[in-house]
Design a protein around this ligand. Structure first.
Ligand code: AP5
Length: 220
C-alpha cells in the first residue's frame, strides 16, 4: 500500500508511521526527520531549511519536492510506503502525482488525522526526544524513569526547537492555511479516510488497520 499520513502537527502521524512500518514493513519517509538529519549534519539542504523549521514555516518547495522525490525513487518504494509530512501543499501534491504516475507508484490511500487543538498543544509542549535513538517521551504522560535521560539507550533528551508555543501556533496556522486544502484535493480523488488523532495510539492503530483490511477485502 502506498499511503500519505496527513494531519496537523502533533496529530500522531510519525508515531503511527513508525508502528505501521515496523508491523507491516512499509517504508517510512518522514520529511521532518529527513530535514532534521540534514540540519544535524550541516548539509546545504539543512542550512537552507533550518530557520524555516525553527519558526514553524514550510521549507521552500524548491528544496523539499526534489528531496522527497529523490528519496522515493531511490528507496524500495515498490514494497509500499508511508509519506509522513509530505505533501503539505496542493502544489507539492500535484508535482508528486505527476512524477509517481510515470513510475506506476500513485498514492492509494490518504489517512487524515483529525485532532483537537488543545491536545496538539499539550502533546507538543511536553514532548521530549532522545538525541541518540529518537525515542519519544512526554513530561507528564510518558515521562522517563530518570529526568532528561532516555530509558532505552541512556541518551540525552531534548525539546525540538519548534515545540515551543509560538512555533506551534505558527505550525497550526500553516496547516490551516496551506495544508488543509489537501483534504479536498484527496477527497475528490476518492482516496481520503479520516481517523481521530485524539484517541490513544493503540486505538488509532486499530482504526487505520480496519481501513487497510477493508481495502484489502474490496480488492479481492
Ligand atoms: P514535521 O517533523 O513533519 O512536524 P509536524 O508535522 O509538525 O509533526 P510532528 O512531528 O510534530 O507531529 P506528528 O503528527 O508526527 O506527531 P508525533 O507522532 O510526533 O515537520 C517539521 C518541520 O519541517 C515543518 O514545520 C516544516 O518546517 C518542515 N517540513 C516538513 N515537511 C515539509 C513539507 N512537506 N514542505 C515544507 N516543509 C516541511 O506525536 C507527537 C507527540 O504526541 C509525541 O510525543 C507522541 O509520543 C505523542 N503522541 C502521538 N500519538 C499519540 C496519541 N494517539 N496519544 C497520545 N500521545 C500521542
Amino acid at each position: 500500500m502506498r499511503m500519505v499520513f496527513l494531519g496537523p502537527p502533533g496529530a500522531g502521524k510519525g508515531t503511527q508511521a513508525v508502528m505501521f512500518s515496523e508491523g507491516m514493513r512499509f517504508l517510512h519517509l518522514s520529511t521532518g526527520d529527513i530535514l532534521r538529519a540534514n540540519v544535524k549534519r550541516g548539509t546545504e539542504i539543512g542550512q537552507k531549511a533550518r530557520s524555516f523549521m525553527e519558526q514553524g514555516l514550510l521549507v521552500p518547495d524548491s528544496i523539499v519536492i526534489e528531496m522527497m522525490l529523490d528519496k522515493i525513487k531511490t528507496s524500495e518504494a515498490g514494497k509500499g510506503f508511508i509519506l509522513d509530512g509530505f505533501p503539505r501543499t496542493v502544489y507539492q501534491a500535484r508535482r508528486m502525482d505527476e512524477e509517481l504516475k510515470g513510475l506506476d507508484l500513485t498514492i492509494e490511500l490518504v489517512v487524515y488525522f483529525k485532532t483537537s487543538i488543545d491536545i496538539i498543544i499539550y502533546r507538543l509542549t511536553g514532548r521530549r526526544i532522545c538525541r541518540d535513538c529518537g525515542a519519544n517521551y512526554h513530561i507528564v504522560n510518558m515521562s522517563p524513569k530518570k529526568e532528561g535521560i532516555c530509558d532505552k539507550c541512556g541518551g540525552e533528551l531534548y525539546q525540538r526547537k519548534d515545540d515551543n508555543e509560538e512555533a506551534i501556533k505558527k505550525r497550526l496556522e500553516v496547516f490551516n492555511g496551506q495544508t488543509k486544502e489537501l483534504i479536498d484535493y484527496y477527497k475528490k480523488q476518492g482516496i481520503l479516510e479520516e481517523v481521530s488523532g485524539d484517541l490513544d495510539a493503540g486505538k488509532v492503530y486499530e482504526a487505520i488497520s480496519g481501513i487497510l483490511n477493508d481495502r484489502d477485502k474490496n480488492r479481492t
